[in-house]
Design a protein around this ligand. Structure first.
Ligand code: NAG
Ligand code: NAG
Ligand code: NAG
Ligand code: NAG
Ligand code: NAG
Ligand code: NAG
Ligand code: NAG
Ligand code: NAG
Ligand code: NAG
Ligand code: NAG
Ligand code: NAG
Length: 811
């Protein structure tokens, strides 16, 4: 008998390890920190486990984890007070209290429950740890006190909030909170280590709740995520995961970098994929680099922090403390000793000591020198009123630097600092508490198209190019092809509605658009993905309606794509107003550009003066830089050409036809045997031809050609170059021609500039600007993609020039 028992227990130890069987902790028993693999509760479905997790040297926290991804902690009892690795335990005491005892003695955490009857602790299938009494009532549950994660089925209420952890390795309470505010709105709040500094950064604080689609009138303060990836909140905020519909493991987490992200678990490679996020521009999170610093979007690592001139890091390597001055910055009695240092395209959000409307830069500077609290000036153009506003900053927080920001900063510094460049060295590094690449326990959306992707992509482009030949004006060619998507599994109607709510653009019915375009009568363009018609919507807006080729757009992928593109928002990108996905019909609705494309304008008489041409080059660069570098949902254009650069009534350029880059699986390409030199001839980078990896530098190349065309008025293929170096040079003719002129007889006298400048401008152009554009363009069209600048660098090169005439240091 005894032997049989021994054998049985041995069997159960080896074949059915005990820790996979317990989901309940009985009264009077405990889980010990010394047996972290054995003393665990496991949910009946085997998805979640609860036990001690090591969080540092001899430091343990009691946590709920996902079995399949042991590093993923979804709840913690004692995040701020880890227990010792010896004799510590979680005990369910006789009086009904669940307590965490450090070294078996000191109560660090407890549920503060009492019960006269017996109680038991149970880990439920949804990851909820619940303390039940004898009648099954819930005395306490972990879902009511979340840490930084909300699981499907868990409610966020007026009494609970998510608080980020310090970093991806330090789970103690960090600086960001996701909570219901007193006005019933769900918000993200930054609380700096300095108790005096805190601010809301989501939704955009300068917008009223109703402008962001929220309501303050629902006092219920409840939000939840369901397992199909749909989130709803009582303030009317809702969103759906990109992969919504499929039931998989999901979690909504307030990450240490202050962004709220929804993750899905990928069973195949056991990693987490982001399927929604609150903030798409990484530098918009408040406090991310601490005070006295700038945040810059960095393509490789997500974002970069740097100290302002004259400042140094306060608490290396933790950026949350930002930078401290290397000088006395209480400018109370030293007005004459300070000057201003210009920093282009930068912003400090909040903490305006004083604010002046419609004021000149000189007046603004005087105001600053007059105020001892003035540490910096924000000088910003107000697009609504067409004048400049001046903000005197008493605290330099939430600094960010972006080529797309229409405002500048002037830092106030002692002259001694300004005059000693050695002291103004700027230190740059990634903020330690975000480290997107290294510590990130997830995968962000694809960022480069290396091998593997490239063939599909190239072939796809070639296929379409060859089908449509010389492509004319194309609006957006969102060709989302998913022959393999099972339509019946597509997103249902109700989910669609939520997507609309989340993206703020409209869903149109086919009948509506048919009526708007008078039965698709007035064709205004024909492009890779379909034909574009002019239409008038029921609210009288004039729109460009693109009827996509029917062939192969799966509904779900189409909506995902539309959702992504609809969220891109930039002055130099064409705006999408809505879409239609009804039966086989796929339509996209855009703002209509009265003044046509750059191609039209270049072909036409003398409508484009130099200033406009330079502005177009600059605006186009900004739009592309935004696509490449600033939106997290990273987009390659892949078809930059004058036909895709539309102009508004002020000749402000708007890039159209982006969105191609996110194609997932192109089936048509399998059989393409077309010549490689098709595509949009003249604008394609050599990578396409030589079958090299496709990166954002292909757009840089095309941009370079467009700039040369804008300067010279000549089509890239319309020139007879004296040299011919074979196939690859076919589309380099314009480049060769420009280089020949530059190095020809006119080299010294700068006569070459006049030779290449579009004769339609006469002699009316800025010599220096033209030379700069040509110089930049020639860098863009380098054969070696590494030698080409990024779009962000191009914007900076062009802007630096504009500011060269102005001073950079003002006394
Ligand atoms: C986490 O951060 C807190 C506060 O900065 C610090 O006291 C604690 O030691 C850190 N814990 C670990 C495990 O590094
Ligand atoms: C269990 O708790 C509920 C609610 O607190 C209480 O009404 C009930 O009497 C308890 N049951 C027992 C057996 O104590
Ligand atoms: C999640 O919510 C959406 C929208 O209400 C609904 O269609 C879907 O069925 C829900 N999923 C689950 C698993 O309840
Ligand atoms: C896991 O698979 C997903 C989807 O197939 C992919 O996006 C992701 O990059 C993969 N992650 C890793 C680490 O390979
Ligand atoms: C300048 O300000 C600092 C701090 O606010 C103060 O300690 C100092 O006495 C002030 N100096 C003068 C001359 O007012
Ligand atoms: C801005 O100031 C200028 C000069 O003082 C004035 O002419 C102009 O009308 C002002 N603009 C607005 C919109 O108030
Ligand atoms: C598509 O879904 C339907 C209904 O769910 C199913 O009968 C069919 O087999 C599916 N087709 C494919 C290719 O998965
Ligand atoms: C040139 O411009 C005029 C008026 O702006 C317009 O009617 C004409 O169609 C344009 N020509 C071309 C070739 O775009
Ligand atoms: C651009 O469009 C506006 C409004 O339609 C028109 O007034 C203007 O003349 C156009 N500009 C050019 C250069 O065609
Ligand atoms: C892409 O298409 C191929 C068939 O051409 C298919 O086998 C493969 O599963 C598809 N991949 C994805 C990610 O849909
Ligand atoms: C390519 O096309 C040929 C004939 O058009 C056909 O026989 C072959 O099966 C196709 N290959 C693929 C992979 O579709």
């Amino acid at each position: 008998m005894y032997i049989l028992f021994l054998v049985l227990s041995l069997l159960s130890q080896t074949c059915f390890p005990l820790h996979t069987t317990f989901d309940t902790l009985r009264q009077g028993s405990s889980l010990s920190v010394e047996k972290p693999d054995h003393d665990v509760l496991v949910s009946p479905n085997g998805v979640f486990s609860a036990g001690f997790s090591s969080v540092g040297d001899n430091a343990f926290c009691f946590a709920i984890r996902l079995m399949k991804s042991p590093g993923t902690i979804v709840w913690m009892a004692n995040r701020d007070q880890p227990v010792n690795g010896i004799s510590s335990k979680l005990s369910l005491l006789k009086d009904g209290n669940l307590a965490l005892l450090d070294v078996g003695l000191i109560t660090l955490w407890s549920t503060e429950t009492t019960s006269s009857s017996s109680v038991h602790l149970q880990l439920h299938n949804n990851g909820n740890l619940v303390l039940h009494n004898a009648t099954g009532d819930r005395l306490w549950e972990s879902f009511n006190s979340p840490t930084d994660t909300l699981l499907p089925g868990q409610k966020l209420t007026r009494d609970s909030s998510l608080v980020s952890s310090k970093s991806h390795t330090n789970y103690s309470s960090g600086y960001y909170t996701f909570y219901f505010d007193t006005d019933n709105i769900l918000r993200l709040l930054y609380q700096s280590p300095d108790p005096a500094v805190s601010s809301v950064y989501w939704p955009d604080p300068w917008l009223r709740p109703f402008q962001t689609g929220r309501t303050t009138y629902n006092n219920r303060k409840t939000a939840f995520l369901n397992s199909t990836g749909y989130f709803w909140s009582s303030d009317d905020m809702s969103f759906s995961a990109l992969d919504c519909g499929v039931v998989i493991h999901r979690r909504l987490k307030l990450d240490p970098d202050g962004n709220l992200r929804l993750y899905s678990f990928n069973e195949k490679n056991k990693s987490w994929v982001v399927t929604w996020q609150a903030i798409s521009e990484p530098c918009k999170t408040h406090g991310i680099c601490g005070p006295n610093s700038f945040c810059t979007v960095d393509h490789a690592s997500g974002r970069k922090c740097s100290c302002l001139q004259g400042f140094e890091m306060a608490n290396y390597p933790d950026w949350s403390y930002g930078c401290k001055p290397k000088f006395d910055n209480s400018f109370n009695d030293s007005n004459k000793e300070t000057g201003l240092v210009y920093v282009a395209n930068s912003e400090f959000y909040g903490y305006d000591r004083y604010y002046f409307e419609n004021i000149t830069l000189e007046q603004c500077q005087e105001e600053c020198f007059r105020t001892s609290q003035c540490k910096a000036i924000q000088y910003k153009f107000d697009w609504d009123n067409s004048f400049y506003n001046c903000y005197l900053k008493s605290v330099m927080l939430n600094g960010r630097h972006s080529p797309n920001f229409d405002g500048d900063v002037y830092l106030r510094l002692p002259k001694s600092i300004i005059n000693h460049p050695s002291q103004t060295l700027v230190k740059e590094s990634n903020p330690d508490h975000i480290c997107p690449d290294h510590q990130f326990d997830s995968v962000m959306l694809d960022r480069t198209y290396e091998k593997g992707h490239k063939n599909r992509f190239l072939k796809f482009l070639l296929y379409f190019a060859s089908v449509v030949g010389a492509v004319e004006f194309t609006c957006i060619s969102l060709v989302l092809c998913s022959l393999y998507w099972n339509r019946s599994k597509g997103i249902d109607k109700s989910t669609q509605r939520h997507m609309i709510a989340a993206t703020r653009f409209q869903e149109f019915s086919y009948a509506e658009l048919k009526k708007a375009t008078k039965g698709f009568r007035e064709e205004i363009g024909r492009g890779s993905g379909g034909i574009v018609y002019k239409g008038r919507l029921s609210d009288n807006r004039v729109a460009a309606v693109k009827l996509l080729n029917e062939a192969n757009e799966g509904e779900a992928e189409f909506l995902t794509e539309v959702n992504t593109i609809g969220r891109l928002n930039h002055r130099n990108l064409i705006e999408m107003w809505g879409y239609c996905a009804q039966g086989k019909h796929r339509l996209l609705v855009y703002e209509y550009m009265e003044n046509g494309s750059l191609a039209n304008k270049l072909a036409n008489s003398s409508t484009l003066d130099w200033q406009k041409r330079f502005g177009i080059a600059m605006g186009t660069a900004k739009g592309l830089a935004y696509l490449h570098e600033e939106c997290l949902e990273w987009v390659l254009h892949c078809d930059v050409k004058p036909q895709n650069i539309l102009l508004d009534s002020n000749c402000c350029p708007k890039v159209a036809d982006f969105g191609l880059s996110k194609l997932h699986n192109i089936s048509v390409e399998q059989n393409s045997s077309f010549s490689r030199i098709r595509g949009t001839r003249g604008y394609m980078a050599p990578e396409w031809v030589y079958n090299l990896p496709i990166t954002s530098k292909v757009d840089v190349y095309s941009y370079g050609i467009v700039v040369l065309e804008t300067v010279t008025g000549k089509k890239p293929t319309g020139i007879q170059a004296s040299e011919s170096r074979g196939m690859a040079d076919q589309h380099g003719r314009l480049v060769t021609w420009v280089k020949e002129k530059m190095n020809g007889p006119g080299k010294r006298s700068e006569y070459w500039v006049k030779e290449i400048a579009d004769p339609k401008m006469g002699e009316m152009f800025e010599m220096a600007e033209l030379k700069l554009l040509v110089k930049v363009a020639l860098q863009c069209v380098e054969e070696d993609k590494e030698a080409r600048p990024t779009m962000g660098q191009i914007v900076e090169m062009l802007q630096r020039h504009c500011q060269e005439d102005e001073y950079s240091v003002i006394y």
